[in-house]
Write a protein that binds this ligand. Structure first.
Ligand SMILES: C[S@@+](CC[C@H](N)C(=O)[O-])C[C@H]1O[C@@H](n2cnc3c(N)ncnc32)[C@H](O)[C@@H]1O
Ligand code: SF4
Length: 473
């Protein structure tokens, strides 16, 4: 238990995110208080603990002239460094990503690499010495950055299109994504697709009028293939934007059959997911996937050689031992899909496992699993090519996409590195316009819940139109 207080509210939530990662690290009841102020040309942070009489650590960081945005970023970062170092000292525990709590470590790494003037040292030094990131994670980040660099988008005219389909056959126990189980919400599919088509028609007009090039189209979910061939065919008819990469996430193997694969091929789809999550039958049962291991093998056989295939796996699924996870990684590698994405279980509000109080905090096993996946995959010809992190993840670890060389998914890189404008369609879609010169991203969000999306489609079409008219000239 750690009681935490800070002299001003401004950064409370950000710092709490870091403090929470130490919650399980100490049996004692620690009580931390943070004060910060400018002292001369230094930013002084004092961290004290009532638990230990007269315990106080003072940190002094260099401070310069910043605009408001930069001031906040710099101060937040310094506070995290100070709190992290104090907590390491008090608990004897270090974290693989040190004081970094954000979603995109690779993006930050490249920013520092490109701004030696501000940081005065290499990104590697900043990550290891200042932020406390472990040598193994820095190695992973550097590998990803080197794979991504030649694939990064440099053109202001090259955009991505994202299309969200919020339906799934059933809800998996670990999942907190926006997704409606078809067992209960089948009646929403047709009206949802009707609205989506209206939005896609508007997207087409935008692309043509602004002469945009589309780098990648990504139909995500949910489980896009769960709505069936007829409805998905209607959507895909409106997704012909000339992109060389065209992903339909699919996902659940029990939604993929020959008719579906043929329909995807007819529309020029290049990539799908056939997601095992685990190759252990008892685990699939436990997480409510409602499909069998055999379905994974069959769906993969249908797609192999015709489409590039990604397989998602999750480390730390309920009751899985290291050996269980190893078996899933080894089986996926033996099947040899173009991409394998290794997630680490995170439990957010809204997932059944979280509600059931499932404990995913065994850091040691989580690290062992993730390390094994890295070693096995890199030894088998896969390269790590994108990564992201989520809150409430076992061991505070990461999700990593691995690819055979030349088979990296551009959309995954673009979304994580935030260097491409994205036209998002559908519920929960967030369009993003990047101003490369100012390094600024503006956003326009659709309603998150599918029913709200359907009810408010006119408003959203108007809002999206205004957003792109103003931001894309
Ligand atoms: C947006 S989901 C869609 C995938 C598709 N519907 C399926 O289930 O096959 C993408 C991936 O995120 C991962 N994922 C979802 N919830 C997760 C969680 N709580 N912890 C770790 N990974 C998770 C799963 O591997 C999943 O395949
Ligand atoms: S993991 Fe996939 S299939 Fe399961 S509920 Fe989430 S989005 Fe749906």
């Amino acid at each position: 238990m750690i009681d935490f207080s800070i002299c001003k509210e401004e950064y409370l939530n950000d710092i709490m995110e870091l403090v929470r990662l130490f919650e399980g690290a100490t049996a004692e009841n620690l009580s931390l208080h943070v004060d910060y102020k400018l002292q001369g040309d230094a930013f002084k942070v004092s961290v004290s603990s009532e638990k230990f009489e007269s315990f106080q650590k003072n940190f002094y960081f260099p401070y310069g002239e910043y605009d408001e945005l930069m001031r906040k970023r710099v101060e937040k970062r310094y506070l995290k460094v100070a709190v992290y170092r104090t907590l390491c000292f008090l608990t004897g525990v270090t974290l693989p990503y040190g004081c970094l709590t954000g979603i995109r470590p690779t993006k930050l790494y490249v920013e520092i690499q490109n701004d030696k003037e501000t940081y005065g040292k290499s990104a590697r030094e900043v990550f290891m010495k200042d932020y406390g990131v472990s040598a193994e994670k820095v190695e992973l980040i550097e590998k990803i950055v080197s794979v991504q660099t030649p694939l990064r988008n440099t053109s202001d005219k090259a955009y991505d299109v994202f299309v969200f389909i919020p339906f799934c056959p059933t809800k998996c126990a670990y999942c907190s994504f926006v997704s409606l189980p078809l067992t209960k919400q089948q009646k929403l599919v047709e009206p949802y697709v009707d609205c989506l088509i209206r939005e896609l028609e508007q997207t087409k007009e935008l692309i043509e009028s602004k002469k945009l090039e589309i780098r990648a189209v990504y139909i995500g979910g949910g489980t896009p293939t769960s709505i069936g061939c007829e409805q998905l065919n209607r959507v895909l008819e409106h997704c012909h934007f000339g992109a060389s990469e065209f992903t339909v996430e699919a996902g659940r193997p029990d939604t993929i059959n020959k008719e579906m694969i043929d329909m995807l091929l007819k529309h020029g789809v290049t990539r799908i997911s056939v997601n095992p999550q685990s190759f252990n039958a008892k685990t699939l049962e436990l997480i409510g996937r409602k499909h069998r291991v055999g379905d994974i093998i069959n769906a993969f056989a249908l797609a192999k050689g015709k489409l590039d295939v990604n397989m998602d796996l999750i480390a730390m699924l309920p009751n899985e031992t290291f050996e269980d996870f190893k078996y899933s990684v080894d089986t996926a590698v033996a099947l040899s899909p173009e991409n394998i994405t290794v997630h680490t279980l995170y439990l957010k509000k809204g997932s059944a496992l979280k509600l059931d109080g499932y404990d995913n905090t065994d850091c040691e096993t989580a690290s062992k699993m993730v390390d094994y996946a890295y070693k096995k995959l890199t030894a088998s010809g896969y390269v790590p090519y994108y990564m992201y992190r989520q809150k409430y993840t076992s061991g505070n670890l990461e999700n990593v996409g691995y690819s055979k060389v030349g088979k990296e998914c551009l959309y995954n890189i673009d979304i994580m590195e935030e260097d491409t404008s994205i036209i998002a369609n559908g519920a929960n879609g967030i369009s993003k316009k990047l101003d490369r010169k100012k390094q600024l991203i503006t956003r326009c969000a659709n309603y998150k819940e599918p029913l709200e999306y359907i009810k408010n489609i006119d408003l959203m079409l108007e809002r999206q139109k205004e957003f792109w008219d103003n931001s894309c000239r």
